[in-house]
Design a protein around this ligand. Structure first.
Ligand SMILES: Nc1nc2c(ncn2[C@@H]2O[C@H](COP(=O)(O)OP(=O)(O)O)[C@@H](O)[C@H]2O)c(=O)[nH]1
Ligand SMILES: [Mg+2]
Length: 321
């Protein structure tokens, strides 16, 4: 039989694996929309993931994360590596505002096929922003990007979760981010692998660096000593040092075996996260129109039954309580 055009047409997954940026963009959109076709693509390309270096950047809004990523991207390109940037910043997505003001620097890279930039500002249909983001990162990895840079705002659980999936975590602060230093001190915020004090032209930079080092000194001594770097992302200052430190950190976790350990733990969390999300959906669907459950919830509302007992009754399959 003669091959039809359809037979020879490569699938979206095949195009993605070949590094086709448009296929990558399309696949991410499917995943973002929670389209089953998106999950299917992830399933197909998953065996080809695990090669990219996944680097997470977090920190309060306005400290210069996007600017730093743009500068870092430039440097990675100069060193011959392909880059994907995934920004999860509901407050300032840079795809739409990309050509305006500050984000012009990331826009510099828009024409370079070695750079793929995507921002996710919408929560998925199910509120599963972090799930969609993780799938997107996997797709970028499968598409052969050497480096995947994730930008998240260091507030809100969904955003923080994503950072758990990075191989290396960079916390970006600026002089005056006292709240973050307090959060580190109080153990609310996990100790990152590298801390960057950006906007280092500010007169309070030295004080800030000292404070951070003070907090780090209180923590348990681990194998990796968290460096506190100074940068001026707008001028590209300190970005070389950051890239070098990221390389050192990667070498360190590879040598120690912590990279595979981290990834194993992260993937376990991901599996459980997806399972929990789906269980909840199933549960909601199963009980939505169940008159016994509706009555059970009414009893909770009337203060006749406490919430934990009601939950137990549903889980035990005796919603008649
Ligand atoms: N003075 C100074 N401003 C900077 C520096 N880096 C970034 N900025 C500015 O800080 C603002 C916020 O930067 P942005 O990268 O959008 O921060 P993000 O919210 O953390 O992603 C922008 O106006 C940047 O131009 C720096 O090193 N020094
Ligand atoms: Mg930003």
């Amino acid at each position: 039989m003669p091959r039809t055009a359809e037979d020879s047409e490569p699938t979206l997954s095949e195009r993605l694996l070949a590094g086709d940026r448009r296929a990558l963009a399309r696949a991410i959109t499917l995943v973002e929309n929670d389209d089953p076709a998106g999950w299917e693509i992830v399933r197909e390309v998953y065996p080809h993931t695990g090669r990219a270096a996944l680097i997470g950047f977090t920190g309060p809004p306005g400290v210069g994360k996007s600017t730093l990523l743009a500068a870092l991207t430039k440097l990675e390109r100069e060193r011959g590596r392909s880059v994907a940037v995934l920004s999860i910043d509901p407050s300032s997505p840079f795809t739409h505002g990309a050509l305006l003001g500050d984000r012009i620097r990331l826009a510099d890279h828009f024409l370079d096929p070695g750079v793929f930039i995507r921002s996710m500002a919408n929560r998925g249909a199910l509120g599963g922003l972090s799930e969609a983001t993780l799938q997107a990162a996997l797709l970028m990895d499968a598409a052969g990007r050497d480096v995947v840079l994730l930008e998240t705002v260091g507030v809100g659980q969904a955003e923080v979760d994503i950072i758990d999936h990075a191989d290396s975590v960079v916390l970006v602060l600026m002089p005056g981010s006292g709240d973050s230093v307090q959060a580190l001190k109080a153990g609310v915020m996990e100790i990152p692998d590298i801390i960057v004090v950006n906007k280092a032209d500010h007169p309070l930079t030295d004080t800030m660096v000292r404070e951070i080092k003070g907090v780090l000194a209180l923590g348990p001594k681990q194998g990796w000593e968290v460096p506190v770097l100074r940068a001026q992302a707008v001028h590209g200052d300190g970005v070389d040092e950051l890239l070098d430190k990221l390389g050192e950190h990667r070498a360190f976790i590879q040598a120690e075996g912590t990279l595979s350990e981290r990834r194993r733990r992260n993937l376990r969390n991901e599996v459980l996260g997806i399972a929990a999300l789906r269980l909840r959906q199933r549960l909601e669907a199963a009980i939505a129109h169940d008159p016994q459950v509706i009555e059970l919830l009414e009893r909770v509302a009337r203060r006749e039954l406490d919430p934990a007992s009601a939950a137990g009754a549903i889980l035990d399959g005796r919603p008649d309580g």
